[in-house]
Ligand binder design. Structure first.
Ligand SMILES: *[C@@H]1O[C@H](CO)[C@@H](O)[C@H](O)[C@H]1NC(C)=O
Ligand SMILES: *[C@@H]1O[C@H](CO)[C@@H](O)[C@H](O)[C@H]1NC(C)=O
Ligand SMILES: *[C@@H]1O[C@H](CO)[C@@H](O)[C@H](O)[C@H]1NC(C)=O
Ligand SMILES: *[C@@H]1O[C@H](CO)[C@@H](O)[C@H](O)[C@H]1NC(C)=O
Ligand SMILES: *[C@@H]1O[C@H](CO)[C@@H](O)[C@H](O)[C@H]1NC(C)=O
Ligand SMILES: *[C@@H]1O[C@H](CO)[C@@H](O)[C@H](O)[C@H]1NC(C)=O
Ligand SMILES: *[C@@H]1O[C@H](CO)[C@@H](O)[C@H](O)[C@H]1NC(C)=O
Length: 434
C-alpha cells in the first residue's frame, strides 16, 4: 500500500529570498554539476528569479544543475543505476539513497537546462524513455519534499511543434500531500527508469500531454472529448510553454484509429533484441468496426525530422507499412487507411494523434507509446508497463493487452537477408494464425 506524505510547511520553504549555497563533490562529473558561483559566497542573499510561490524564507537553497552537455551521462545513469535526483540529493546530504532524510534538511532547487533539439537528435534514448526519466525526476522531488524542479528547454519556442519535452518543462514547486493523495515509497521511486512508478504523476502527465495535443492540433470537432478539457490556472503557471491562441499545426487530418508502427533504426539499420512486431491481424482485431479512418503513424521514410539513429535510407519500411495498409484496407473496406509519414509528422504530432484518436494501438511493444496511450482521450491498447499494477488500467483510458507471438527485430534482420526473405516476412505478418 502506498502511504501518504504530508509535505505541508516544507513546500513553502523555497522562496523569494534565499542564498545559494552551491557545492561540488569531488566525485561528480564537473560538466554536469555546476561549481559554486563565486559571487554567491560574497553576496549570500540572492533573489531567485520568478518564483511561483512567493513565500518568505531564510533557508539556504542548494542548486543542483545539469546542462545539456551533462544529459547523456544523466540519462545513462538514470536508465541503468536509478533516479538521478535521489542520487544527487543523497550525495549532497552526505547520505546514501537508502538513508536519505525525507525531506532534505535544506531546500534544493534541481534544475535541467536543456537544448531539447539536441537532446532529441543526439541521444540514443527515445522520447518515451526520456519522458520516463524526467517524470521520474519530478516524482522523486515530490516524494522527497522540499525540492523545486526546474526543467527548461532553452529552444522551446523553436521546437514546441516538433518535440514533446518542451510540453512537460516548467517550474514545479514541491506540493502538499493533499494535492498528491498517494505517493510511492522512496526506495521504489529511486529505481532505474523502467521500474520507477511514474504513474503516480499520471494526473499531471495526462494534463500536460492532452494540453500539448490541443495546443498542436486544436479540438478536432465540437463533440470530441477534448472540448471538455479544463485548463487549471495553477498548472498553467507551472508550465514553460504557454497555450497558444490558435493551434500550432492547423488543419491536420486526424484518424479515429491511430496505430504506431516503429520503422526506423530497428528495421533498417540496427536490430534490437528487445523490440518485436505483432502480426497485422493481432492489431486489427482491436479495431472497432465503426472506425471511419485509420492512420498508421510512423516516421517519414525520407529522413527529415529524424533522430540520427534512424538513418536516412529507408527501403524496408515502405514494404512493411505498405503491406500493413493494404491488409487494413482489405479488412476495413469502409474506412480510409492512411500512412502518416509526411515530412511534417513530428514526434509531438504523433503523440497528438494518439491522444486525439478514439483508439490507439501499436504494432509492437514500445515505450514510445506508454504515456500518450495512457493519456489519450480515447482508448489506448498497450502492454502493461512494468511499473504499474494491472488494476491501474481503471484509472487511465487504457486496456493492458498481452503481446504474444512477436517477430523479434533481430529475427527480422536475419530473415530479410535470406532468399525470399521479403516474401517470408510479409507472409508472416499477413498470416492470421498465431
Ligand atoms: C516577506 O517578508 C517581508 C518583510 O518581513 C514582508 O513585508 C512581506 O509581506 C513578506 N512576504 C510574504 C509573501 O510573506
Ligand atoms: C557533507 O560533508 C562535507 C565534507 O565533509 C561537509 O562540508 C558538508 O557540510 C556536509 N553536508 C551536509 C549537508 O552535512
Ligand atoms: C520499499 O520499502 C518498503 C517499506 O520499507 C518495503 O515494504 C518495500 O518492499 C520496499 N520496496 C523495494 C522495491 O525494495
Ligand atoms: C470508439 O472506440 C470504442 C472502443 O473504445 C468503440 O466501441 C467505438 O465503436 C469507437 N468509435 C469509432 C467511431 O471508432
Ligand atoms: C510515405 O509512404 C508512402 C507509401 O509507402 C511512400 O510512397 C512515400 O514516399 C512516403 N513519404 C515519405 C515522406 O516518406
Ligand atoms: C460497409 O458499409 C456498408 C454500408 O453501410 C455495410 O453494409 C457493410 O456491412 C460495411 N462493411 C463492413 C466490413 O463493415
Ligand atoms: C506540410 O506542412 C506545410 C505547412 O503547414 C503544408 O503546406 C504542406 O501541405 C504539408 N505537407 C504535407 C505532406 O502534409
Amino acid at each position: 500500500m502506498p502511504f501518504r506524505f504530508s509535505i505541508p510547511l516544507l513546500s513553502a520553504m523555497l522562496s523569494t529570498f534565499c542564498s545559494f549555497v552551491a557545492f561540488r563533490r569531488a566525485t561528480w562529473d564537473s560538466t554536469t554539476i555546476l561549481p559554486s558561483p563565486p559571487f554567491a559566497l560574497e553576496t549570500p542573499l540572492m533573489p531567485l528569479p520568478s518564483p511561483i510561490h512567493n513565500k518568505n524564507n531564510t533557508q539556504p537553497v542548494t542548486l543542483i544543475r545539469y546542462r545539456q552537455s551533462g544529459m547523456p551521462y544523466f540519462l545513462r545513469e538514470a536508465m541503468s543505476q536509478g533516479n538521478m535526483l535521489c542520487r544527487d540529493v543523497a550525495e549532497q546530504q552526505n547520505k546514501t539513497r537508502d538513508t536519505l532524510p525525507q525531506p532534505p534538511s535544506s531546500p534544493i532547487q534541481y534544475s535541467l537546462q536543456l537544448e531539447c533539439q539536441k537532446l532529441f537528435y543526439q541521444n540514443s534514448w527515445g522520447t518515451g524513455n526520456v519522458l520516463q526519466a524526467l517524470y521520474g525526476l519530478r516524482l522523486a522531488a515530490r516524494v522527497l519534499g522540499n525540492i523545486e524542479v526546474r526543467i527548461r528547454c532553452k529552444d522551446a519556442a523553436r521546437t514546441k511543434s516538433d518535440l514533446v519535452v518542451p510540453w512537460m518543462a516548467g517550474t514545479f514547486v514541491s506540493r502538499t500531500g493533499m494535492e498528491t493523495p498517494s505517493l510511492p515509497f522512496l526506495n521504489e521511486t529511486c529505481l532505474p527508469f523502467s521500474n520507477a512508478p511514474v504513474h503516480y504523476l499520471m494526473d499531471e502527465i495526462r494534463y500536460e500531454l492532452r494540453r500539448m495535443a490541443i495546443a498542436l492540433v486544436g479540438v478536432p470537432y465540437p463533440t470530441h472529448p477534448a472540448a471538455d478539457f479544463v485548463f487549471v490556472p495553477e498548472r498553467e503557471q507551472e508550465m514553460q510553454v504557454p497555450m497558444p491562441e490558435t493551434p500550432l499545426l492547423p488543419n491536420i487530418e486526424l484518424d479515429d484509429v491511430a496505430i504506431h508502427f516503429r520503422c526506423g533504426d530497428i528495421v533498417e539499420l540496427q536490430p534490437h533484441h528487445a523490440y518485436g512486431y505483432a502480426r497485422f491481424s493481432f492489431v486489427a482485431n482491436y479495431i472497432s468496426s465503426e472506425a471511419r479512418s485509420i492512420g498508421i503513424v510512423t516516421q517519414p521514410f525520407q529522413g527529415q525530422q529524424q533522430r540520427r539513429m534512424d538513418g536516412t535510407e529507408h527501403t524496408r519500411c515502405p514494404i512493411l507499412i505498405g503491406a500493413f495498409q493494404q491488409y487494413l484496407q482489405d479488412r476495413f473496406p469502409n474506412a480510409t487507411v492512411q500512412i502518416r509519414n509526411s515530412s511534417n509528422e513530428t514526434v509531438a504530432l504523433s503523440y497528438a494523434r494518439f491522444i486525439m484518436a478514439n483508439q490507439s494501438l501499436a504494432a509492437g511493444i514500445s515505450t514510445f507509446v506508454y504515456f500518450p496511450f495512457m493519456a489519450t482521450f480515447g482508448t489506448g491498447y498497450l502492454q502493461k508497463p512494468l511499473y504499474v499494477e494491472e488494476s491501474f488500467e481503471e484509472r487511465v483510458n487504457s486496456q493492458f493487452i498481452e503481446y504474444s507471438d512477436l517477430m523479434n527485430s533481430v529475427d527480422m534482420f536475419r530473415l530479410w537477408k535470406e532468399t525470399n526473405g521479403r516474401e517470408q516476412i510479409t507472409k508472416w505478418f499477413t498470416n492470421e494464425e498465431s
